[in-house]
Ligand binder design. Sequence first.
Ligand code: ADE
Length: 342
Amino acid sequence: MTRERIVSYKPASEEEEKFIWSLRPQTLDEYIGQEKIVEKLKISLQAAKSREEPVEHILLHGPPGLGKTTLAYIIAKEMNSKIITSSGPALVRPGDLMGILTNLKKFEVLFLDEIHRLPTVVEEFLYPAMEEFKIDFVVDKGPFSKTLNIPLKHFTMVGATTRAGFLSAPLRDRFGIFYHLDFYPEGELKQIVKRSAHILGTEIEEEAAAEIAKRSRGTPRVANRLLRRVRDYSQVKRDGKVSLNSTREALKLEGVDEAGLDELDRKLLHMIIDYYKGGPVGIEAISATLNEEADTLEDMVEPFLLKIGFLQRTRKGRVVGEKAYQHLRIESQAGPQEALFK
Ligand code: ADE
């Protein structure tokens, strides 16, 4: 089942994609947060440029909406080069990659999103491309089959995944650089909100920017989406300026609460509490009860709930954390420790 979530990480429409896109930082100097990654990336890019070599293949992992795609675009731009994008599920056969790889020029960036979802045959086809910059393409079948050995230009592959653990070891080993993107602290999100408001020409109170940051689940994409809704609300219902009051009213209307939870988050927590006495419960059971795909829950819903301690992952399954009971104003039947060993 799919539904639009305002705190979702995927854009709801093409139009929203454009809006989010217009707010992205285009250079590392414009990038707010992820300081260590930005610093290390600057060094790698500068070193590669001074050697006149492409930068090594880079693997970015972390929850959705934190800037993996943005970083890939920045890498291409900083190398004064172009980016070609595709994604794991879009590539079904080696032939789908053939044209892309043979057309790549030196220094160009091939960005593959959701790389953990590459079919095995395509993944194996990528190994020599990444390691030796060549591909072995088999033409014809049976006794007439021939292997064509095609050399490639030295490109840089940037892979992105929400599930680093799902990557096969041979694929992981072919990346020279790994960066893990983590949720952004509120202070950085506030800066991102202020920057976005500035780009949009929207006046915003400090407290309002802080409030949006607080409710953005550590995710710039969510922060920008919330800003958009609050800006619309402030324009229609108020004088256009984004104030703390208009922010609170707009987000209440959207069903985004003070911790940034939306209806689906609350439904998940309530369901575990009501049906499974707070857990432990397996993800498959949660998925069946909520009628939501387990992958969606694991990628889009759980990471932030785990991060803020509203949910805990144990060997026996998911357990609702004490903080969630407090937030939902429900008395817990067992403390978190007891719950873990129930
Ligand atoms: N917009 C979205 N993500 C951003 C970031 N990390 N820095 C600045 N602006 C952003």
